[in-house]
Design a protein around this ligand. Structure first.
Ligand code: AHR
Length: 494
């Protein structure tokens, strides 16, 4: 049975822009995220460009990935950059103690990552080692990447194949210092952040945003103390929140789930709104001018690993439910652009809520990839606030609004309106009032599927894929949109 809901788009009340950095990705030395996922080596039979697999590179360019965070994650606070430069054959081979205990031969190091970012057209967001390396190691790494000419480090970089320095717009001062980054108390972490930040210096004329290691989920005290004690020494602070259907001991399966798991996952992902709101309140206390940005630099779903996959590789399938998690989070992010200026989904390829999955020379784009594609015109557009009056969808104790929405006036001049119907059983007709938005016509695309856990496999790669949407009509400043059950629709009004 069909229902009716209302959305009002306030084109007359523009909000801060939807920073393109909110579409950032996270690529850690974890499982097959780097090796196999983006890098196969020059001699591989898998089609590649200088060692980077071509299919993944092309797909990332197509969604205009703006930022890539690297090398971790937990890996970052054990990473020593010198082990990843120079002749690949002489690079140190180590054990990746965090992720699977496998060997790490450092084939991908600073040059390979920084060059890859340039090829993708993304800004590199490099996370420094604050956990088990001294400040001078961090300082030298930054100098190696950015110093123009003259210094020994600049000469070494040139000898290793890169004469001109790279641009380094974003640099992380450690990761999860409350956990894998050193198990620090917030007061100690704040002092360490001050100390390391002091030695991260850029050459004249170049600027870097220093990103402090942020809180986990609802640890507001972390944000409070970091802002209070070290807020003058960084330009952004992270927040990490993973959507887990059950708990860390038993997370739940990526596919083959029932409606309770659908509803609980989507209800839990909506906690992001509360977390951002409350961390922002702590930041406002110490920084009312909103100089310091919030970066949700790890977010996404985390399920039990796929049966048969390597323990510690965090390899999981990705279904229509993950697509909903992505669109709901984009709607949340749009409500907080006064403070939120960056985010990195975890992770880019083959790890957690990935854009793509690879197997040998095969690659599939996940439903999450398609949401990043549908929403890509939000990048750097002006947010137009929306009001949603929706009936409630509930299953067992999980209750959420059936309709979620956000809107942006894109840099192309068009208004892009994202609508999600989370109800897996009922379609709805949404009346969209367009206040202060003029447009002669509307076009759109839709992402939906028959099953809640519909997903793409190497044998059936196009099960979940956007299609043209014809269910919207525009008349006298009002849109009427018929949203099928469990669907995501992106409308372009121009
Ligand atoms: O994304 C996987 C891991 O999750 C990261 O390495 C860590 O920062 C977080 O706990």
């Amino acid at each position: 049975q069909e229902t009716t809901d209302t959305v009002t788009v306030h084109g007359d009340r523009p909000a801060p822009k939807f920073d393109k950095r909110i579409f950032g990705q996270f690529a850690e030395h974890l499982g097959t995220g780097i090796y196999g996922g983006i890098w196969v080596g020059k001699n591989s039979r898998i089609p590649n460009v200088n060692g980077y697999r071509r299919d993944v590179l092309d797909a990332l360019k197509a969604i205009r990935v703006p930022v890539i965070r690297w090398p971790g994650g937990c890996f970052a606070d054990e990473y020593h950059w010198r082990e990843g430069i120079g002749d690949p054959k002489s690079r140190k081979v180590k054990i990746n103690t965090h992720w699977g205990g496998v060997t790490e031969d450092n084939a991908v190091g600073t040059h390979e990552f920084m060059n890859y970012s340039e090829m993708v057209g993304a800004e590199p967001y490099v996370s420094g080692n604050l956990g088990n390396a001294p400040p001078y190691e961090m300082a030298e790494w930054v100098e190696y990447m950015t110093s123009p000419t003259g210094s020994s480090l600049a000469k070494e970089r040139a000898a290793n194949g890169r004469k001109t320095p790279w641009k380094l717009p974003l640099f992380g001062l450690g990761n999860e210092l409350w956990g894998c980054g050193g198990n620090m108390q917030p007061e100690y972490a704040a002092n360490e952040t001050r100390r390391y930040s002091t030695f991260v210096k850029m050459p004249a004329g170049q600027q870097v945003m220093k990103v402090a290691s942020g809180a986990n989920a609802d640890d507001y005290n972390w944000t409070d103390v970091m802002m209070r004690d070290a807020g003058g020494h960084f330009d952004a602070i992270g927040v990490h929140y993973y959507t887990i259907p059950y708990d860390w001991g038993h997370k739940g399966s990526a596919t083959g789930f029932d409606e309770d798991q659908w509803a609980r996952t989507l209800a839990k992902t909506l906690k992001m709104d509360e977390y951002i709101t409350k961390h922002a309140q702590r930041m406002d206390k110490h920084d009312p001018q909103k100089r310091v940005a919030m970066f949700v630099d790890e977010w996404g779903t985390w399920y039990d690993q796929e049966p048969g996959s390597h323990p510690g590789f965090l390899y999981q399938q990705n279904s229509l439910r993950d697509a909903m998690v992505a669109s709901l989070n984009f709607d949340i992010f749009a409500r907080h652009t006064d403070r939120l200026r960056g985010a990195n989904i975890a992770q880019m390829v083959n790890v957690l809520q990935a854009m793509m999955l690879t197997d040998g020379n095969r690659m599939v784009k996940t439903p999450t990839y398609w949401v990043f594609d549908l929403y890509k015109d939000y990048q750097d557009g002006i947010v137009l606030p929306v009001e949603v009056q929706s009936r409630w969808y509930n299953k067992n104790e999980w209750t959420l609004k059936a309709v979620s929405a956000s809107a942006v006036r894109g840099t192309d001049g068009a208004v892009h309106l994202g609508l999600t119907n989370v109800d897996p059983n009922r379609p709805t007709t949404v009346t969209v009032k367009l206040d202060g938005v003029t447009g002669a016509g509307v076009t759109g695309r839709i992402l939906t599927a028959q099953a809640m856990d519909a997903h793409n496999t190497f044998d059936a790669p196009d099960t979940v894929k956007p299609a043209a949407f014809t269910g919207a009509t525009l008349a006298a400043g009002t849109l009427t949109v018929t949203l099928p059950a469990k669907s995501i629709v992106m409308l372009d009004i121009k």
